[in-house]
Design a protein around this ligand. Sequence first.
Ligand SMILES: Cc1ncc(C[n+]2csc(CCOP(=O)(O)OP(=O)(O)O)c2C)c(N)n1
Ligand SMILES: [Mg+2]
Length: 387
Amino acid sequence: MISRKGLHAMASIADANKKVLDFDGQLQAQDDFFPTLKLLDNDGKLLDKAAYKRSELTDEDLVAIMKKMLFSRQLDIRSTKLAKQGRFGFFAPTAGQEASQMASAYAFGKEDWLFPGYRDIPEIVDKGWPVWKAILWSRGHAKGNEFTTEDGEPVNSWMPQIIIGAQYVEAAGVALGLKKRKQDAVAYAYTGDGGTSQGDFYEGVNFASAYKANAVFFVQNNGYAISTPRALQTAAPHLAAKGWGSGIPSLVVDGMDPLAMYLAAKEARAWAAAGNGPVLIETLTNRLEPHSTAGDDPLRYRTKEDIAEWWKKEPLIRMRKFMSEKGIWDDKKEDDYIAEVDSYIDDQIKIADNIEKQKISDFLKNTLEVPGQAMKEQIEHFESEGK
Ligand SMILES: Cc1ncc(C[n+]2csc(CCOP(=O)(O)OP(=O)(O)O)c2C)c(N)n1
Ligand SMILES: [Mg+2]
């Protein structure tokens, strides 16, 4: 005869088995699991005082983050105009992503290694890379590949990655190196929603997780991969779940909320630098402008109304309101700062324009350390023409 205890155990196994076979239930659980970290609403109201305290942000920090976001917006506006005049090469607009990029970057230090995508030029500039180099990079000039400050100091950043997702593998390797050297530093990488469909994305996260490397991975879910909407990109209800699959803390953060972005990034950095392994952060943001200056028209794949709705949620609006309410920001401060940024960018354009033009042969020489036969012939050919 089966005892009462035995009957009970059988019943609970039967319940567990039912759960295992409940496919719908499992999908629902995935959908439910990831709540969004949020500190400021669209109107700049503080939603969670305890979390704000936990961020340890001072008024000076808030001003610094606001300025970084404004700098990024201004760089976006100016770069887009310059590109239309043919004076900037490739540029990937950043409007809407300022909190996702600049407020998160504020949590990292000089010693940390940045692995940016092509849309993350502002984060590199924030690490001390002069804008004139960014302009040269956009034009394909070899000098744009020098990641140094104006004074020749190294800037801990890889080049902006064009190969979608590849920066995750590079970041995993450097993150492991930092761990082995026992450095209080991390590698932090940014990719997009589209990037999470790449093999490199999974390999990078998995490798870093397996070795508990010092990495923080950002997925900027801006709604689109060129014209492919997020809904067609992947069936995963949350991109963060892809990090969970490799066994690391993975969070979803309101990417339009600078305070939430900073808090998540700061705690992720501390966790990774302490040797606990990587963290993955999905930021819910939006690309408010075209994919790039190469000329795509977003209205072929999304509506004006949708874009207008997202403009209402952009991070500068809520940060401006929150800080004005606190009495630490006003229109005059903002106008003065924008004028300062504009004059800096004007100077940087002049510097970029005055750098000696790159010869075709120099460009080729800079491509491979040891050129193949065909490239050698091309270099000789262009050199013989003085090009
Ligand atoms: C490996 C690879 N495949 C395709 C492309 C072409 N491509 C350039 S940008 C892009 C979309 C990427 O979207 P997402 O990761 O969401 O980043 P976002 O542009 O939105 O910042 C694609 C497919 C590429 N650069 N690299
Ligand atoms: Mg995208």
